[in-house]
Design a protein around this ligand. Structure first.
Ligand code: FAD
Length: 427
């Protein structure tokens, strides 16, 4: 048995939703496009899961955060897909792909063929077992990647009010979930091996600000060590965690955020891979001309840096998806290369920050680190290449984005430090 479509989007996450929106804007016929997703929901804005979804009151629930509300565009509910003749094949895992024959085989045994495939399979959360620790399947150990994980976390949180949560990992998933746990009246201890939180992006000074803020909310930090094992009760529930440095912490629940791995497995040996993802050109086209890749799974040329990067951020998922569809549907001579300025943001408690560009080279901090208005620039080879700002207004964020894209030469670092945000606002 089988079905045939002109366009198939494999994966039903953020990138899939934005790709579908772009297809509909550019005009496709009913029955030409289908989205195949292992999840049982139409595409939604994944970042909501560790923010509004975890709030104890007025929590965000579907259908309120289906794509594309994240960019203030139409909200694509299941009804929208129906009205636009886009087939949603949900709750369906694709177990193999054959790019030569242009077919996908689902776990249920159906063959779905395509003329053009967009791979939007995103990434999966890394498990503790991949680091040699067993016990991920205990009922009070949580991960955070999809709606099923978030729903589970909510129910575990509700049973732990007043108790102790151990958050493993100091990246943004750990930080956002820790904030939500505190808001849900749970005592939080964060454990990570690095010297400070958000080590891939934050400088020690920036991290110090957020860690102090978290401490003021009662969060404890144990750094420079990792989880080594769990203690469980007779029902298998985790009751304590043991760290490599010998520390034992009693636990009513554990939240694990230790990174992700792109879902490339279906295409290994069939498409060229790079940086752990599927390599694409400036049209988001892979080494097979009928296959495109977008979102977290794609490694694409970032023109601004002159190199291939794989980004794990929602803005890149949205824009790469739209760019791929534009490249597929636009007349050849109007097709340009994806020219993307990397952008990443997070919101925790009452704080919120944005980052643009690249965090390499010398760092210049500015502003008031005892208040809530501070930032940083990164200067590499004499040019401004990255900008960070906490608590900015819309205009201020637009200004740091603009200055980062322009990459101005910085002759006098002390002067840049003195001008601070004013430098971006004056460009
Ligand atoms: P995903 O959204 O992960 O979608 C992948 C889809 O493919 C899923 O539906 C999956 O089930 C499906 N799939 C995979 N394999 C198969 C298969 N074999 N068969 C069928 N279906 C399959 N970014 C930011 O910039 N700021 C934030 O504040 C932020 N917050 C986040 C909070 C959370 C909790 C998470 C998990 C991510 C957050 N991100 C954030 C990152 C952002 O959500 C991702 O970059 C984005 O979702 C990537 O989109 P994607 O479509 O590539 O992948």
């Amino acid at each position: 048995m089988g079905r045939a479509f002109v366009y198939v989007i494999l994966g039903g996450g953020v990138a899939a939703g934005y790709a579908a929106f772009e297809f509909s804007k550019r005009g496709i016929s009913h029955g030409e496009l289908c989205i195949i997703s292992e999840e049982t929901f139409a595409p939604y804005e994944r970042p909501a899961l560790s923010k509004g979804f975890l709030l104890p009151e007025d929590s965000a629930r579907l259908p309120s955060f289906h794509t594309c509300v994240g960019t203030n565009e139409e909200r694509l509910t299941p009804k929208w897909y129906k009205e636009h003749g886009i087939e949603l094949v949900l709750g369906t895992r694709v177990k193999s792909a054959d790019v030569r024959r242009k077919t996908l085989l689902t776990a249920a045994g159906e063959t779905i063929s395509y003329k053009i495939l967009i791979v939007a399979t995103g990434a999966r959360a890394l498990k503790l077992e991949e680091f040699g620790v067993n016990g991920s399947d205990a009922e009070n150990v949580c991960y955070m990647r999809d709606l099923a994980d978030a729903t589970r976390l909510v129910s575990v949180m509700q049973s732990c009010v007043g108790g102790n949560a151990i958050v493993i990992g100091g990246g943004y998933i750990g930080m956002e979930c820790a904030a939500s746990l505190v808001i849900n009246k749970i005592n939080v201890t964060m454990v990570f091996p690095e010297a400070h939180c958000m080590p891939r992006l934050f400088t020690p000074k920036i991290a110090g600000y957020y860690e102090d803020f978290y401490k003021s909310k009662g969060v404890k930090f144990i750094k420079g060590t990792v989880l080594s094992s769990f203690e469980n009760d007779t029902s298998g529930k985790v009751t304590a965690v043991i760290l490599r440095d010998g520390t034992r912490l009693t636990a009513d629940m554990v939240m694990v955020g230790i990174g992700i791995r792109p879902n490339t497995i279906l295409f290994e040996g069939q498409l060229t891979l790079e940086k752990g993802g599927i390599k694409v050109n400036g049209h988001m086209q892979t080494s097979n001309s009928s296959v495109y890749a977008v979102g977290d799974v794609a490694a694409f040329p970032v023109k601004l840096f002159g190199e291939i990067r794989r980004l794990e951020h929602v803005d890149s998922a949205r824009k790469s998806a739209r760019h791929a569809v534009a490249a597929i549907m636009a007349p050849e001579k109007t097709r340009g290369d994806f020219d993307y300025l990397p952008f990443f943001y997070s919101r925790v408690f009452t704080l919120s920050w944005q980052f643009y560009g690249d965090n390499v080279g010398e760092v210049v901090h500015y502003g008031d680190f005892s208040g809530r208005s501070f930032g940083a620039y990164w200067i590499n080879k004499g040019k401004l290449v990255g900008s960070f700002l906490e608590g900015g207004t819309k205009e201020e964020y637009e200004a740091i984005a603009k200055v980062t894209r322009l990459q101005p030469v910085v002759a006098d670092i002390a002067e840049l430090e003195r001008q601070g945000l004013g430098f971006a606002l004056s460009v």
